[in-house]
Ligand binder design. Structure first.
Ligand code: NBP
Length: 476
């Protein structure tokens, strides 16, 4: 009997996706470039479900029902192209290749065109949830040909996480739309994590609390508005004692954050689109700054900081930080969703932003109660420019803003870096200003570069002859 679907690439993600599919009863053919990995997989998991292990790509392709559906779960980048190149000659017209790795969306557009030229159908599918998600139910963001999606929908929705009877999987849009949305998801994850790290830093250095004490605070926070996977695991990570030293584990972990690139892609794309995406971008820069460990060490004994002030009431401070975290998180999501909206308009993707919030409620790393609110916001206002403008979030930020401002002021006075907290607040203050200071920027640009400006009281563009007689001329 032939297999319904194939998975090539049996590192942790591919292996777990294949096991997830088999558990739901779909016969799965499995393959890996290094054959010993396939053998190991069959030895360890072969009796979990209907698997066929294949040692060559030809064997793998022959094991599949036609039209074939093949999930490629290899390292993002050139390996995906290598696998497509090897597979294409072995496949028939109409076969579907699904790239379920973290590919960069322009690559997905390129690969979709390449496959189309060869009569193959290609889907770029974002999968979030790490190894556990892949095994037990990830959030799935499929992009590409809707007809191809219709053929694999049964499998993808069956293996996805489920929240309130709704699978965390929906067709996102054509071409690279699925990988785009996965990219922004990861960017938002960067912002969420950075905000948590800043809260931890303040609780440590301003409130003077220990890691296990802060862990308890996060556990508490996870019962309110902030309830989410990341807040929950922060409590667990902070509570963990190092087996070797007996100290809190976080206290012996090196303070250099690594990154695989999806946050950087999100920030670069925001710059290209012209969307202010300060929360995610600051989060990427904060990781980059953390990696300058030797420079920071030298600077720590050279560059002056403020004289430590007297702390405020600790309980008040903890509550202020909670509110600042929430308000900053609202801004980070507002920015990420505004970015998806801009990309959707630019690429004619017709993204349903409420549906994106819906499929992120389970399985993925940023799963949170909060996403229900975002789903509701788009249900009521599908054309919303900015999430801050729906009454629920307008009010949430209004309620939190005093605390948020106190936290930013305290952190600044005490010399604790809070790039995501403070840039989110600056974004908020910039966004809610009817008239900002860019009039002066335009005046300066006109002075040094004759770049012209527009006037508030008449149409057209103008230039002042700064270096001549100072008179104004109309330029168009
Ligand atoms: P890796 O990203 O570590 O990739 C390892 C797999 O790629 C192995 O199966 C390896 O085969 C295969 N491979 C490579 Br490398 N070069 C190849 C080539 N030229 N031809 C064929 N196969 C090749 O695996 P992963 O951590 O399971 O992640 C898979 C994808 O899922 C990535 O895109 C990742 O970003 C994404 N993702 C990962 C997570 C996570 O939590 N890890 C979460 C969400 C998404 P070999 O055994 O022969 O070397």
């Amino acid at each position: 009997e032939k297999s319904r679907i194939g998975v090539t690439g049996l590192a942790v993600m591919g292996a777990n996706l294949a096991r997830n599919m088999a558990r739901r009863g779909f016969p799965v053919a499995v393959h890996n470039r290094t054959t010993s990995k396939t053998q190991e997989f069959m030895k360890d998991f072969g009796d979990e479900g209907p698997f066929t292990g294949s040692e060559s790509l030809q064997e793998f392709v022959d094991a599949l029902e036609t039209p074939r559906t093949i999930v490629v779960m290899v390292k993002a980048g050139p390996p995906v192209d290598a696998v497509i190149d090897e597979l294409a000659p072995l496949l028939d017209k109409g076969d579907i290749i699904i790239d379920a790795g973290n590919s960069h969306f322009p690559d997905t557009d390129r690969r979709a065109a390449y496959c189309q030229e060869r009569g193959l159908r290609f889907m770029g599918v974002g999968v979030s949830g790490g190894e556990e998600g892949a095994l037990l139910g990830p959030s799935i963001m499929p992009g590409g040909d809707p007809e191809a999606y219709a053929e694999v929908e049964e499998i993808l929705t069956a293996i996805a996480a489920v929240v309130d009877d709704t699978p965390c999987c929906t067709h996102v849009g054509p071409g690279g739309a699925g990988h785009y949305v996965k990219m922004v998801h990861n960017g938002i994850e960067y912002a969420d994590i950075q905000l948590i790290a800043e809260a931890y830093d303040l609780l440590t250095h301003v409130a003077g609390l220990s890691a296990p004490e802060i862990g308890k605070i996060f556990e508490q926070w996870n019962t309110g508005d902030l309830e989410s996977f990341l807040i929950e695991i922060t409590g667990k990570v902070l509570a963990k004692t190092d087996e070797k030293t007996g100290a809190p584990l976080v206290d012996v972990i090196v303070d250099q954050a690594e990154q695989k690139g999806t946050g950087r892609w999100t920030a670069i794309d925001a710059l290209d689109l012209g969307v202010p995406l300060t929360g995610i971008t600051e989060a990427v820069f904060a990781r980059t700054l953390s990696s300058l460990r030797d420079e920071r060490r030298a600077a720590s004994t050279t560059l002056a900081g403020p004289t430590p002030g007297s702390g405020s009431n600790r309980d008040d401070l903890v509550e202020d930080i909670r509110q600042a975290l929430y308000a900053s998180k609202v801004v980070a999501y507002a920015q990420g969703f505004a970015q998806m909206r801009a990309a959707s308009q630019q690429n004619d993707w017709n993204l349903d932003l409420g549906a994106m919030a819906t499929i992120w409620r389970g399985g993925c790393i940023i799963r949170a109660q909060f996403l229900n609110r975002i789903r509701d916001a788009y249900a009521e206002h599908p054309d919303l420019d900015n999430l801050l403008m729906v009454p629920y979030f307008t009010q949430a930020v209004a309620d939190a803003q005093d605390a948020w401002r106190r936290v930013v002021a305290t952190a600044t006075a005490q010399g604790v870096a809070i790039p995501a907290f403070s840039s989110s607040l600056s974004y908020y203050d910039g966004y809610r200003r009817e008239r900002g200071p860019a009039n002066l920027i335009q005046g300066l640009r006109d002075f040094f570069g004759a770049h012209t400006y527009r006037r508030t009281d008449s149409d057209g563009t103008f230039h002042t002859r700064w270096a001549q007689d100072g008179s104004e001329v109309s330029t168009g």
